[in-house]
Design a protein around this ligand. Structure first.
Ligand code: NOJ
Length: 565
């Protein structure tokens, strides 16, 4: 397997709005990040992925961009950004920017022009269609509820928006659009950025004709049209062109956000010879707690370890030598991992460390989302009024006001799945507003900040933070953690997730008890070794050499080196 810095790196995601506010306006900003660079360096991360900081009316918190080449007023200035980049590079931290080019804001000058008239030179930068039988051009549903089409009276046509109506989709069929995007990417790369995370990049090619999702006669609902815009017919061609025009000229990290990809799609996108990207974010494991037939945001059901093992194992083995995984358990769009996959009650600390161990011991590049290293948890605001996220708020009103669902039941799903779980401000200390701002935070702080915060974590050598620091260091010291092959053990064990990593004659055994119980681990007989060495654990281990049969404590995690015979 080829060696590459982006395989050996650990990426830390910053959602700037919620990270740290330097000027008391209640919104995180670039100078706030600059003030925390030493913290990131102490943690040891190699790369920061910065969620969008560009000019934006903030309908979707920066994922609706009105100027790709300037900074949002609330976040600071381009000069602040230059200082941030320099501060990162001084500390050997690379900076990956968010590239949001499936859509712009409706306030982007291209769209402002495009909507003026049907023959405006920018008209074809977006996707316009006449209505059909007095309705929208097709029955696609927007990710943020309602139709994916907005009627524009000025020209008596509809435009497509897979997200909010303030996020019109760009028309990638138009070569001018593609050239503008490539020029903008080069502009940032020439400023010294180290890569891009590409927002919903597998939605840029739509099936020609934009067909209706099949539906029963008379069914007037809007339906998810993913089959017509996920991994569309020209996706690989567009990305290949982007690689030729831009990516191949720089030594950068590229990661595509790609809902609905199979492992084969991911291999096509990321294999080292013909692929265009280094890695993609897949979403299969984000659906283990979704009821079948439901959308992931609208349902929260108990998940089974067997499903997580099956999915992760397929990604690990299918991509081995053929592509590269990016591993994550949460981000700014997902609930907090400790609340979802661990235990945010009595075993919060142990389970957060277990999840960190899991993430770092898989093959692939690990992504740590801000606050994960502190074991930050979901929040349960009492009222929908406390929520900010456009997706959450729209979904709530659709289910409660339009479909008459029970508000308390919908609020329970919001508590489990809302994106705002991840967006509450980072908990820096136990002072008011968790030290995030001296003003009023744009989204309420999670009330548990008095006990869960960075000041406490830094002071406690046994904290989740220091476990993450050790995991990140282990990656630097042990090439097997980056490059070793993954093999699942005990496929059917209901509580224990165990696997080995192998690189030549080096071998690691990873043991994870994903439960509050105390199951017995028995090493399969064909696993032979001459001795063992404990690399990391989340409980004190008295007899590290006795690994044939072990009773694992609740959420116990151990990584053991098996010495060769
Ligand atoms: C995916 C982003 O991660 C999410 O936050 C955003 O709302 C959509 N893409 C639209 O840009």
């Amino acid at each position: 397997m080829k060696q590459a810095w982006w395989k050996e790196s650990v990426v830390y995601q910053i959602y700037p709005r919620s990270f740290c506010d330097s000027n008391g306006d209640g919104v995180g900003d670039l100078r706030g990040i600059i003030g925390k660079l030493d913290y990131l360096q102490q943690l040891g991360v190699d790369v920061v992925w910065l969620s969008p900081v560009y000019k934006s009316p903030n309908d979707d918190n920066g994922y609706d961009i009105s100027d790709y080449q300037d900074i949002m007023d609330e976040f600071g200035t381009l000069a602040d950004w230059e200082e941030l980049l320099a501060g990162m590079h001084q500390r050997d931290i690379k900076l990956v920017m968010d590239l949001v080019v499936n859509h712009t804001s409706d306030e982007h000058p291209w769209f402002v022009e495009a909507r003026k008239s049907r023959d405006n030179p920018y008209r074809d930068y977006y996707i316009w269609r006449p209505g059909k039988d007095g309705r929208e051009p097709n029955n696609w549903k927007s990710h943020f509820s309602g139709s994916a089409w907005q009627y524009d009276p000025v020209t008596d046509e509809y435009y497509l928006h897979l997200f909010s109506k303030k996020q019109p989709d760009l028309n990638w069929e138009n070569p001018k659009v593609r050239r503008e995007v490539y020029a903008m990417m080069r502009w940032w790369l020439d400023k010294g950025v180290d890569g891009f995370r590409m927002d919903v990049i597998n939605m840029i090619s739509k099936v020609p004709g934009l067909p209706d999702v099949p539906h029963a006669a008379g069914d007037e609902r809007y339906l998810y049209g993913g089959q017509y815009f996920l991994n569309g017919p020209r996706l690989l061609e567009f990305l290949d062109e982007m690689k030729r025009e831009v990516l191949s000229h720089y030594d950068i990290l590229t990661v595509g956000e790609t809902p609905g990809v199979s492992t084969q799609d991911a291999i096509d996108l990321t294999n080292e010879t013909s692929g265009s990207l280094n890695m993609v974010f897949q979403f299969e494991h984000m659906d283990v707690d979704t009821a079948s037939g439901s959308s992931s945001r609208e349902s929260a059901v108990p998940w089974r370890l067997a499903d997580l093992k099956r999915i992760m194992t397929r990604w690990q083995t299918d991509l081995e030598g053929r592509g590269w995984n990016s591993n994550y358990l949460n981000n700014h769009d997902q609930p907090r991992q400790v609340s979802r996959f661990g235990n945010d009650g009595p075993y919060r600390v142990q389970s957060a460390k277990l999840l960190g161990t899991f993430l770092h011991m898989l093959q692939g590049t690990p992504y740590v989302y801000q606050g994960e290293e502190l074991g930050m948890t979901n929040v349960a605001f009492p009222s929908i009024e406390d929520y900010d996220d456009i997706e959450t708020v729209n979904m709530y009103h659709e289910l409660v006001d339009e479909q008459g669902k029970d508000p308390q039941a919908v609020l329970a799903v919001v508590h489990a799945k809302s994106r705002d779980n991840a967006r509450t401000p980072v908990q820096w200390d136990d002072s008011p507003n968790a030290g995030f701002t001296s003003g009023t935070p744009w989204l309420k702080v999670n009330p548990n900040y008095t006990t869960i915060n960075a000041r406490q974590a830094l002071a406690d050598p046994d904290s989740i933070f220091h476990t993450y620091r050790r995991l990140i260091r282990l990656r630097k010291e042990n090439p097997i953690i980056v490059y070793g092959r993954y093999d699942l053990l005990l496929a059917n064990h209901p509580q224990i997730y165990a696997f080995t990593r192998t690189l030549e004659d080096d071998r690691l055994l990873v043991l994870l008890n994903f439960s509050t119980e105390t199951p017995l681990f028995e090493l399969p007989e064909d696993v032979r070794y001459a001795g063992c060495e404990l690399l990391i654990a989340n409980y004190p281990v008295d007899s590290p050499d006795e690994i044939q049969r072990m009773t694992l404590r609740p959420y116990e995690a151990r990584v053991i080196r098996l010495l060769p015979l």
